[in-house]
Design a binder for this molecule. Structure first.
Ligand SMILES: C[S@@+](CC[C@H](N)C(=O)[O-])C[C@H]1O[C@@H](n2cnc3c(N)ncnc32)[C@H](O)[C@@H]1O
Length: 413
């Protein structure tokens, strides 16, 4: 249908994925920087790439890579944590100012006492005593108040380090995106070094920043919060203004695939960002609409088969695809003639049936005046995402859902 090319080059098995500011903060289903980098290098449109767009920016991998190549970019995400990470990763903070602040951080273990904590109101964090011990909350609050006393221009750099700590020192089970509390016996032994952890992240990120600041520094990256499913504001992105899209969209709703909202809730609540609690409902496919609102030949049989087997799963899949299709309809006019879109997608399996989202993506763009250039199949060695799920209600039955991703490349005619 839309020819796939398997190319092992794109697996980047031994690549350092944490270069530059890519080391700052974990995020679910991050794109490998080398994928974004190589797409820009090999598939930039004729006439050049001066303005790049990522409509589902996540932690801003594409924007960082664009900026390293001196390309201006714009990205959007409705998850506030994603925007905070992307903003931090694309900012050229002043190293000297940061080093001044670090000398204060080094003194935390000596100067800290609980009486010095000015804010002890944690009511913005739901069920906070279930997720944190009180001494830990007080230390986190002390870090926050110290960051607030730093020069405005560098506060974000430190907040991004704190944002990771906030999650790691909670009672959530490590290594999972979803919010599961540790077992009681683990909690009893759990005494993380809050200040040490924070300091080590600051140092790690500082190395990344130094590397980033030495590279090309003139490009701008604009971080936005519009929802591409509904509208793309014309004043921010006029029609035909974009040379290239490099993005990785979700591959299903957050409830049954990657739990962006749950993963982000620690930071979103700590920083009192909006929609922290109901984010997963706002992301693509978050609201159930059982009626299919798009036309498709490319995945018709798969959808039919799922509908015949399980109406609930069918409505989950269709709700996501309705939003995804609307989003592509809003994105398409923003690309200039000859411009290139690169969508890195995953093909999930529902009820044992794999949904070729790469075909659907290519088909939807083609109907909007794009031409399919190629689809590259790559292995995903590093991505932390469920590779198995329960395809049936049979306990313990697992089916492989994804071990490849598909890079769909099209150009606007
Ligand atoms: C696969 S992740 C992107 C990861 C990113 N490429 C990176 O390297 O971190 C998909 C992103 O889509 C975002 N998203 C979901 N629905 C969205 C919508 N309607 N508008 C904008 N972003 C959305 C999620 O919040 C998530 O951050």
């Amino acid at each position: 249908m839309y020819k796939r090319t398997i190319d092992n080059y794109w697996s980047f098995k031994t690549a350092d994925t944490k270069e530059f500011t890519h080391c700052y903060h974990a995020y679910p289903a991050m794109m490998i920087p080398q994928v974004a980098r190589t797409l820009i290098e090999r598939f930039s449109p004729k006439g050049g790439c001066y303005f790049l767009f990522d409509p589902y920016m996540g932690s801003g991998t594409s924007l960082v890579e664009a900026s390293l190549k001196g390309i201006n970019s714009i990205g959007t995400d409705i998850n506030p944590l994603a925007r905070m990470i992307s903003q931090a990763k694309t900012t050229h903070f002043d190293i000297a100012e940061i080093e001044k602040c670090i000398s204060e951080i080094q003194l935390f273990p000596f100067f800290f006492s609980e009486e010095k904590v000015t804010s002890t109101d944690f009511s913005r964090i739901s069920n906070y005593s279930f997720w944190y011990s009180e001494p830990i909350l007080l230390k986190l609050s002390y870090i926050s108040q110290t960051i607030d006393s730093f020069d405005n221009s560098v506060q974000l750099f430190f907040k991004i380090a704190l944002s990771e700590v906030v999650r790691e020192v909670s009672f959530t089970r490590n290594g999972e995106f979803k919010r599961f509390r540790m077992a009681e016996d683990k909690i009893k032994q759990f005494s993380p070094d809050v200040f040490g952890l924070f300091e080590s992240k600051v140092y790690r990120n500082l190395e990344g920043l130094k590397h980033y600041n030495r590279a090309n520094g003139n490009a701008t990256a604009k971080i936005c919060d519009f929802n591409t499913v509904y509208d793309i504001p014309n004043d921010l992105l006029p029609d035909e203004s974009i040379d290239m899209i490099v993005t990785s969209p979700p591959y299903g709703d957050s409830h049954t695939t990657v739990a962006y909202g749950q993963f982000s809730r620690w930071a979103n609540e700590w920083f009192d960002f909006p929609n922290a609690k109901n984010l997963d409902n706002l992301l693509m496919g978050g609201k159930k609409k059982a009626i299919q609102q798009f036309e498709t030949e490319s995945i018709k049989e798969e959808l039919q088969a799922i509908e015949n087997t399980d109406l609930t799963r069918y409505s989950e899949v269709v709700s996501f695809l309705n939003d995804y299709s609307d989003s592509i309809h809003n994105i398409a006019p923003k690309i200039r003639k000859g411009g290139v879109v690169c969508f890195v997608v995953g093909n999930r399996t529902v009820k044992g049936i794999q949904i070729p989202l790469d075909y659907f993506t290519a088909e939807t763009f083609e109907k909007l005046g794009f031409q399919h250039i190629k689809t590259i199949v790559r292995e995903i060695p590093n991505k932390r995402m469920p590779s198995k799920n329960s395809p049936t209600n049979v306990t313990g039955a697992k089916a492989s859902t994804m071990s490849n991703e598909y890079i769909v490349i099209l150009s606007r005619m």
